[in-house]
Design a protein around this ligand. Structure first.
Ligand code: NAP
Length: 268
């Protein structure tokens, strides 16, 4: 299927690794030029170079922390100098936070909220006016399956995912007349550094028999135990869905949270 994406320009947050990087690759494969945002500058530059060399698209890496309220305007200013516009926005930066309401600190709550929800709102606010002028745009917000099926072991992540799903729908309804489609992906367990670093310690705490097993072994076991399709997701699984939602072939899906979890509603 020709996704009708050639020559478009996408801004992806959290683009250095994992799901964000995979979305960048999938878009680049379809001829999309990229603005890649993440905090660690040297590694981000390497990731951008890898994509531009492999797919022959233009890539602008911009290092910054999405919790900085000034970042979205600075990124858009640089992007518009190079590309004159942004057609596609992917709000992906973030990570999971394992903990119940009682064990989540004030600081964790604030940082998680700034990283996921406030950053998403701010990037949308600075990028949507340009999309409205051109009467075309696509936005994908990366949420989690916990926004639909909350797990008390991941209270803050899942409360924010529910907020993202809600924000996605209300934003979609307000900008649909401007040719802008906005959707979320309710991501299940996807094998990335984020899962290994933020979730596996919690799984091992609760299941001491897994302490001596490698990360790969634990993820393979959980995939079999908890997922109807029998495995964890891969970043590419999410990237394929994002590419369609962001594409010119998507003309009629908006305001939705697409469940992408291999049929599972929880993983720990
Ligand atoms: N993997 C899963 O199972 C899963 C499930 C549900 C939802 N999700 C969501 O999917 C998204 C991507 O996660 P992932 O699993 O792909 O994780 P990942 O591999 O750790 O990637 C996260 C990316 O975000 C960047 N990032 C993190 N905090 C940032 C900040 N404050 N400002 C700018 N960039 C930031 C990181 O780069 P730097 O370190 O260089 O900043 C990194 O490139 C997250 O929002 C996560 O909550 C993942």
């Amino acid at each position: 299927m020709d996704l009708k994406l050639t020559g478009k320009v996408a801004l992806v947050t959290g683009a250095r690794t994992g799901i964000g990087f995979s979305i960048c690759e999938e878009l680049a494969m379809n001829g999309v030029h990229l603005v890649m945002v993440a905090r660690r500058e040297p590694e981000l530059i390497l990731a951008a170079k890898k994509i531009s060399e492999k797919y022959g698209v233009s890539v602008l890496p911009v290092a910054g922390d999405v919790t900085d309220p000034k970042l979205p305007s600075l990124v858009v200013e640089q992007a518009e100098k190079v590309f004159q516009r942004i057609d596609l926005l992917v709000n992906n930066a973030g990570r999971a936070h394992a903990g119940t309401l009682l064990t989540t600190s004030e600081e964790d709550w604030q940082i998680m909220t700034e990283t996921k929800l406030s950053a998403m709102r701010r990037f949308c606010k600075v990028i949507i006016p340009g999309m409205q002028r051109r009467n075309w745009g696509r936005i994908v917000n990366i949420s989690s399956i916990g926004g639909i099926y909350p797990n008390p072991q991941l209270t803050v992540s899942h409360a924010l995912s529910a907020a993202i799903n809600n924000l996605t729908r209300s934003l979609a309804l307000s900008v649909a007349p401007d040719g802008i489609l906005v959707n979320a992906i309710g991501v299940g367990a996807v094998a990335t550094d984020n899962w290994a670093q933020n979730m596996l310690p919690n799984v091992r705490n609760r299941r001491p028999e897994l302490v001596d097993r490698t990360d790969e072994e634990v993820m393979a076991l959980l995939g079999k135990e908890k997922t109807p399709v029998g495995r964890f997701g891969l970043p590419e699984d999410i990237a394929a869905i994002a590419a369609f939602l962001l594409s010119g072939r998507n003309q009629f899906v908006t305001g939705q949270t697409i469940e992408a979890s291999g049929g599972a509603d929880r993983f720990m």
